[in-house]
Design a protein around this ligand. Sequence first.
Ligand code: 5GP
Ligand code: ZN
Length: 112
Amino acid sequence: MDCLFCKIVNGEIPSQKVYEDKDIFAFKDINPQAPFHVLIIPKEHINSAADIDDNNSKIVAKIFEVASKIAKENNLENGFRIVTNSGEYGCQSVHHLHFHLLSGKQLSEKMC
Ligand code: 5GP
Ligand code: ZN
């Protein structure tokens, strides 16, 4: 499958890795929108949040556990935001499920 994030997981495309375990990979966003901007993804290819169902939802809980761990390791004690964009209206540009972990400054009150 010609998927950018699958290639990052496989090491075909380099990335700045922040975390890895058997199911999850996290790396710095190439175009950060905050001083701290990491993408957390399942290694398994899932297109988007619209494709989460009973068969694969456990990975989402694991991703939130990893987000909490990354936040602690990177001293994000003032808080952070987790965002996932899905589909055209959500402005999803890479069609492999990913969660943006944003912090490092006071973020906007606006969500959209
Ligand atoms: P989306 O717009 O789909 O929610 O987020 C995709 C994110 O992937 C964007 O924030 C974009 O900067 C990031 N991105 C796109 N291509 C690459 C890449 O090759 N490497 C890394 N590290 N991030 C990428
Ligand atoms: Zn993929």
